[in-house]
Ligand binder design. Structure first.
Ligand code: ACM
Length: 720
């Protein structure tokens, strides 16, 4: 229900956000539904009605070109949102926006730029103040997110916002090497990054599967290493300019010495074993690794990195450094002799030697080296930066040695985990024992979009909206951690991300057409939509294990690709099952009816997919198993729900049979998808069997009892 003119004055600080969580978790719009949550938002009684469609901007000081362009972009989003039905006849003046921006930041943003702003909305106007245009642009995004509507029309809250980021490095890494992602993908994701105040685009440009950057000094690198799918230098300059216009830095990564097959396709002489080499098409960790003992390696790296240092203005260059399996170094007696002669001890010592040489090459161009955890060896220059895919302990260990670091572990959005998992990962966990000066080394973090299993059609749906939750972790105060409230605001910002150009929701129809052809109106397609809303791609690295034929050359147009990493429908279902079973004091049987309706609807949809659609559309064959699994699970759930509604416990036999059926529904089925509703359905079954115990148990004891039946320990664990 929309609220009108009844906002109590409150301080939306971290603590208030926590206290307010219960009241906010029910889908009602709040005055400051902004993501990332501002550091401080003081809301007052009343609202500022936004009557006219225009945004009338008054400048305290002359506007810089970059900020003027940002205001122009905001104007068009503002108009598109509130202009519907308003033309012609725009008689009333729109919102007055006064902007006081003290100056432009540098033409290319750099780490440590002032990104703070204040936004005061009261009376009939908004006042935005910032030290730099970077801060002002963040304030513009906040303003647009604050705009909301009820029956009375568009309005803004009366609010005083003081905002600045918690961490200076808030990134999104896009792997364009494994599957190339062309310029339009990058640009629309830069637009979306700006919405949630992310400020670093990390481009993973070279890997075993592709060399995706044009070298003019060594054109054979992209010439033989990319199938012609790479960014030209002109395109890169365009991306850098586009990003800078939005206050976003661009950090390139050239992964060496491992993950380097695409280098040695054209330069086998710098590999650690003789070639020939071809572009790697599949996924994993491969043997080819550069030869750190060969001066020719450093000559080529000097040419190439010098060229890249001139092309990319950012002060940081990422050189990867991860997952060198050592196979080629071990197999080359000359390399092992080099290690002995130089007293380098082992392969790790050789890797350290290599990094020192590369850091020296970069230092000549004034660049700081960034690398994954594996680069951290004794002797690594102190100005190098650790990008941790291992975790906060590794990051803290590096910080205590004096290295700056960023966290990527916990933000692996390619692994298809829920937003909540990423949201709670913190570069500086609450229990961190780092001192204040060590904490200053923790610069922030990055969401990592590895591209084994994404294409330009699906990548947005893997990045968004979950990355907005990561953006909040990196921007907002550490105490902003309420998961239901995060999900409530994530749904709102998701629409804003699409408004800015992201395609994560819109592309669903495109993915459905791969499955059923061009006509989405054919009978039964609504059922397919329901199925796709309930399945998720398998988690972690399981897709690669299940679809071992996966490669760069295989299209990604299956059920797992049409599914979203996190099923909102399944999460809602889990919430309603939780409210039914774990209501304080007693099972809330009044909720059984609506849940039963849901299950019947899903069961019917699943049967329609298997009965009507699969025979018709060959591309849907892999939907048959998940649809059958869903139908079976819905039948099991319906029986449990009936037993709960009637207050008649399921027999031990029926309990065992139901759990066994759910085990079958959870088996790997070739589609690389899973059904998250199976978890809450197991709870329904367990509670149906144990419901007689409910009156005798305290709330926590009842929950534990149901969980222990639904998810019995594996036999090995039970024996311990
Ligand atoms: C990595 O995931 N190997 C950085």
């Amino acid at each position: 229900m929309p609220q009108k003119n009844s906002f109590a004055t409150c301080l939306f600080s971290a603590a208030a956000a926590l206290m307010a969580q219960a009241a906010h978790a029910d889908g009602v719009r709040q005055p400051t539904d902004v993501m990332p949550a501002p550091a401080e938002a003081r809301v007052s009684e009343g609202r500022v009605p936004v009557a006219g469609v225009s945004l009338v901007v008054a400048w305290t000081r002359p506007a810089g070109g970059r900020l003027q362009a940002a205001v122009d972009r905001l104007q068009s989003r503002w108009l598109a949102r509130i202009g519907a039905g308003s033309f012609p006849g725009t008689e009333s003046t729109g919102l007055q926006l006064a902007i006081d921006c003290r100056g432009s930041g540098p033409p290319i943003p750099s780490e440590g730029d002032d990104e703070s702003y204040t936004l005061d909305i009261a009376g009939s106007r908004a006042m935005l103040r910032a030290q730099t245009d970077f801060g002002a642009m963040h304030g513009l995004e906040t303003l647009l997110q604050l705009l909301q509507r009820d029956q009375a029309g568009w309005f803004l809250p009366v609010v005083a916002i003081r905002d600045q980021p918690r961490f200076p490095w808030r990134g999104l890494m896009i792997d364009v090497a494994r599957r190339f992602q062309p310029v339009p993908v990058i640009e629309r994701n830069l637009d979306a990054m700006a919405v949630v105040k992310l400020n670093v685009l990390h481009l993973h440009l070279t890997d075993d599967q592709g060399f995706r950057i044009e070298s003019l000094s060594h054109p054979e690198l992209q010439g033989r290493g990319s199938d012609g799918r790479y960014f030209t230098q002109a395109e890169i300059r365009g991306i850098i300019a586009y990003a800078a216009e939005r206050g976003i830095r661009v950090v390139p990564e050239f992964d060496i010495p491992g993950h380097a097959t695409s280098w040695v396709v054209s330069h086998p002489e710098i590999a650690s074993l003789p070639g020939p080499y071809g572009i790697e098409r599949q996924w994993g960790v491969f043997n080819p690794v550069l030869d750190p003992t060969n001066e020719v390696t450093y000559a080529l790296l000097g040419d190439f990195l010098g060229e890249m240092a001139a092309l990319f203005p950012d002060r940081f260059i990422h050189i990867g450094g991860d997952e060198n399996n050592g196979v080629q170094w071990n197999a080359n007696p000359r390399i092992q002799a080099f290690i002995r002669e130089r007293g380098l001890k082992d392969n790790e010592g050789l890797h350290a030697y290599f990094n020192q040489r590369v850091a020296a090459i970069l230092a000549k161009s004034g660049k700081r080296l960034v690398g994954w955890d594996e680069i951290l060896h004794p002797g690594l220059p102190l100005d190098c930066v650790i990008d941790s895919w291992r975790g906060t302990d590794a990051l803290a260990a590096a910080a205590s040695l004096g290295y700056d670091g960023i966290l990527s572990n916990g933000y692996y959005i390619d692994l298809a985990y829920p937003a909540a998992d990423h949201y709670l990962a913190d570069p500086l966990p609450a229990l961190s024992t780092l001192t204040a000066s060590q904490r200053a080394h923790i610069l922030g973090g990055e969401a990592t979009m590895w591209s084994e299993w994404v294409t330009p059609e699906t990548i947005d749906s893997r990045i968004w909206p979950r990355t907005a939750a990561i953006a909040e972790r990196l921007w907002s105060p550490a105490g902003v951690r309420d998961i239901p409230d995060m999900y409530r605001r994530l749904a709102i910002v998701s629409a804003g991300l699409e408004e800015a150009g992201a395609l994560h929701e819109r592309n669903r129809d495109l993915m459905m057409r791969h499955l059923v052809g061009e006509n989405l109106d054919v009978p039964g397609v609504a059922s397919l939509r329901t199925l796709l809303d309930l399945v998720e791609p398998v988690k972690h690295y399981n897709r690669g294990q299940q679809q071992v034929w996966g490669s760069q050359l295989v299209p990604l147009v299956g059920i797992a690709d049409a599914a979203r990493p996190e099923s909102g429908l399944s999460r809602e279902f889990a919430d309603s099952v939780d409210r039914l079973l774990f209501a304080p004091g007693a099972i809330d049987r009044s909720l059984a009816g609506p849940i039963g309706d849901r299950l019947r609807e899903w069961g019917a949809a699943a049967r329609e997919v298997t009965g009507a659609l699969v025979p018709e559309f060959p591309a849907l064959r892999e939907a048959e198993a998940p649809a059958r699994d869903l139908a079976d699970a819905c039948a099991v759930a319906a029986e449990a729900l009936r037993a709960i509604a009637e207050g008649t416990p399921l027999s031990a036999d029926r309990l065992a049979a139901s759990l066994a059926a759910l085990d079958r529904s959870a088996e790997t089925n070739g589609s690389a998808t899973e059904l998250p509703v199976l978890g809450p359905i197991r709870l329904l079954v367990a509670a149906a069997a144990a419901q007689g115990e409910r009156p005798k148990l305290p709330d926590a004891g009842w929950r534990a009892r149901v969980l222990s039946i639904a998810f019995p320990p594996a036999p090995a664990e039970a024996a311990r």
